[in-house]
Design a protein around this ligand. Structure first.
Ligand code: NDP
Length: 429
């Protein structure tokens, strides 16, 4: 486990559990983002199925109420979340401890997300075998998104209210400014739990992430209904994104050391991101391909597969190298790497992947994001929404992480930045 108690407890000495630093545009961002982003999700879904598929079309064609609401969508969303809650509680897989909290304790987490993915896959195959019309998810996409957004708001309200019963050491340092709008958005409580059931950890990788690949499969089945067989472009999009989700769940334990789990409170930002934004915007390429089929040559497909493979290699190797180093710096795979000491007792890698750029994992992730869009051709901007948004997100995330690392490691971080001057793209940025 990573010994982060020192930096946290040092930080805690200087900052009480009430913090006035604001991110994401402060109160203005906290008011605008929860309005703007849900509308963006609905807008993008509408655009992806319109014949023009133009994000610049103005005024956008607005859906009717009938297109936005279907009780079946609510049943499916609640049933899906309920199913994954049951799978989360299954006594399979190992139990891992999170990092040390400010009160010196560690929480326990079940590592069974990959089992959840496999069981979901088996259930889906059974349903398909029984003739379930999975392609109907295409028609249901808007109502499903509306319900996921509504669930995100309700869960965020519940989380905000219950956080007032949490002890002060259980609040996220950045989520307790006293401004209700900002705190609701950014999240007050760090690890809200009902008994042993960890709400943030559950939402982070399960219903939304697995839901995303199920929606993709629905789009593939819709294509089969319409054209008799899935296109090569659709197969590539489905396979690449399944690989990404499968990898995240296979390496589920690694999420315990990410910013989301260690640093961020659980509020609207993460709830909405996990339950609505990821499943309904990350797979837009598949929805786009249903209405806008693309011919893809074998050579083009081979080049895109190679790009995805290259991105995945960098992403996986760099993430695993850092995780291994943080868990056991004396492990033979990382023991030979050059490092620099910091005042906290932890060391920073300055060779290997983390000597190439300061965020090699973001570089690999972005190469994969590009590979997911390329099967959709170059005629429309919409399938490139994810890679554009993700570039902005990771540049912003890198800046947030950089601020936190500078606060944690001080001069040692400056030395690291001098030794490894590029942030994400070698010789560019
Ligand atoms: P990272 O895995 O990049 O971790 C950043 C932390 O790593 C730092 O805070 C620091 O923590 C440690 N670190 C930084 N530099 C070094 C170094 N040189 N040597 C050793 N440790 C170092 O954080 P993220 O959570 O941002 O990303 C994890 C993965 O998730 C990435 O691959 C990213 O692309 C992906 N991701 C995907 C998203 C999506 O929507 N698809 C969204 C966000 C992330 P410490 O020193 O305390 O250990």
């Amino acid at each position: 486990m990573r010994p982060t108690m020192k930096p946290h407890s040092q930080a805690a000495k200087h900052r009480s559990s009430q913090d006035t630093e604001r991110e994401f545009g402060g109160t203005l961002g906290a008011v605008c983002i929860p309005i703007f982003l849900p509308l963006t999700v609905l807008f993008l879904i509408c655009v992806s199925r319109s014949p023009e598929a133009s994000v610049l079309q103005w005024p956008p064609s607005l859906p009717s109420t009938d297109q936005l609401w279907d009780p079946l969508a609510l049943v499916l969303i609640l049933g899906w979340i309920g199913l994954h809650a049951l799978l989360y509680l299954m006594p399979v897989g190992k139990v891992s401890e999170g990092l040390v909290l400010r009160d010196g304790t560690r929480l326990k987490y079940p590592i069974n997300g990959f089992h959840g993915l496999c069981i979901s896959g088996v259930l889906l195959m059974l349903l398909l075998g029984l003739g379930a019309p999975l392609g109907y998810l295409f028609e249901l996409l808007l109502p499903l998104a509306v319900c996921a957004i509504a669930v995100s708001f309700l869960l965020s309200v519940y989380l905000y209210i219950r956080s007032f019963w949490a002890p002060s050491h259980a609040l996220a340092l950045g989520g307790n400014t006293g401004n209700p709008l900002y705190d609701f958005f950014i999240g007050r409580e760090l690890n809200p739990r009902i008994g042993d059931f960890d709400l943030k950890y559950f939402c982070e990788l399960r219903p939304g992430l697995i839901g995303w690949v199920v929606i993709n499969l629905g789009m593939l089945m819709k294509e089969v209904e319409l054209r008799g067989s899935p296109s090569l472009a659709m197969i590539l999009v489905n396979s690449f994104q399944l690989l990404y989700v499968g990898d995240a769940l296979w390496n589920e334990e690694a999420v315990l050391t990410t910013m989301d789990i260690v640093h961020d409170g659980f509020g609207f930002m993460l709830v909405f991101g996990d339950l609505a934004w990821v499943p309904f915007t990350y797979g837009l390429q598949a929805a786009f391909l249903v209405v806008h089929p693309q011919a893809l040559s074998s050579l083009g497909a081979a080049a895109i597969i190679a790009l995805n493979g290259f991105g995945y290699y960098i992403f996986r190797k760099s993430n695993s190298q850092k995780n291994q180093f943080r868990r056991d710096p004396s492990h033979p795979s990382v023991a030979g790497l050059e490092t620099i000491a910091t005042a906290t007792g932890k060391r920073l890698l300055v060779s290997g992947w983390w000597g190439l750029v300061r965020h090699p994992n973001y570089l690999g992730d972005l190469l994969m994001a590009l590979a997911w869009s390329l099967p959709c051709g170059f005629s429309h901007l919409l399938p490139y929404f994810y890679v554009i948004y993700f570039t902005v997100l990771l540049i912003h995330r890198e800046a947030r992480d950089e601020r936190q690392c500078r606060a944690k490691y001080g001069l040692a971080w400056d030395t690291y930045c001098r030794r490894v001057p590029y942030r994400i793209f070698p010789y560019i940025y």
